[in-house]
Ligand binder design. Structure first.
Ligand SMILES: [Zn+2]
Ligand SMILES: [Zn+2]
Length: 238
């Protein structure tokens, strides 16, 4: 097992090097035109020793197309302050685990109330197959409509369009999510849909994820406009 983990981490190192080379390759040192190499976390340097942070030098915010600013643990749009994931960091995590743990704890307590309401809402929450026979009132769960809208990318998830009449197997979604995230993690938006109705599919995936987080199978972290889904790190929380 340890050997397997070591091979996975070796592969990850190789992938990281390769990735960083690729994202840096279109850029050159603004001072001398030299070839840039990553020399540290968020630091690159040319052969003449000009050091720069490639995220600040080369990346613009997708929201306002302006320069980014570096905050303590992440980058943000210099105009509207939205968090912007750096292209020049290989891992989805921004800078450090401790920060994420803190953020997760915060969001966990914030979400706890919402999840409890959601749980109450689904009378048969513990059964393997959830079948929704009635149209739920999404508006009765604080924040859920907004969250679903943000992830689903539609203007309004109204109760009328949002119909649960089709049976929904949480077990299947759960297995699908676990197989998609593998040993590491994956962005919510890149988990392939299981149903042809993409809007419903996203909402169901999201609801499944809330339950999976509650059951400590995954951790969810907001990542810009997306959601980072990771296998729950039992060691980190032991
Ligand atoms: Zn240079
Ligand atoms: Zn912005």
């Amino acid at each position: 097992m340890t050997q397997v983990m070591r091979r996975v981490s070796d592969l990850k190192d190789l992938a990281r090097k390769y990735y960083l080379e690729v994202v840096l390759s279109p850029h050159e040192c603004p001072d001398c035109g030299g070839h840039l190499q990553m020399v540290g976390q968020s630091q690159s340097a040319c052969p003449f020793g000009h050091v720069l942070d490639p995220t600040l030098s080369f990346q613009r915010s997708p929201c306002c197309s302006v320069e980014l600013v570096r905050k303590t643990f992440h980058y943000a749009c210099s105009r509207c302050n939205q968090i912007v994931p750096s292209r020049f960091l290989f891992d989805e995590r921004i800078f450090n685990k401790a920060y994420f743990r803190e953020m997760m704890q915060e969001s966990r307590s914030r979400d706890k109330k919402r999840r409890e309401e959601l749980r109450k809402f689904f009378a048969e929450s513990r059964s393997n197959t959830l079948t929704f026979l009635e149209e739920p009132d999404i508006g009765s769960i604080p924040g859920l409509a907004e969250d679903l809208n943000a992830f689903v990318g539609t203007e309004m998830v109204g109760t009328k369009e949002f119909c649960y009449k089709t049976a929904f197997s949480m077990t299947q979604y759960r297995e699908h999510v676990l197989s998609m995230i593998g040993l590491g993690g994956r962005l919510f938006s890149t988990i392939s849909p299981m149903s042809e109705d993409s809007r419903k599919d996203k909402a169901w995936r999201f609801i499944t994820l809330l339950f999976m987080e509650q059951d400590r199978e995954v951790t969810l972290t907001q990542y810009g406009q997306d959601l980072l889904v990771e296998r729950f790190d039992h060691e980190a929380y032991a």
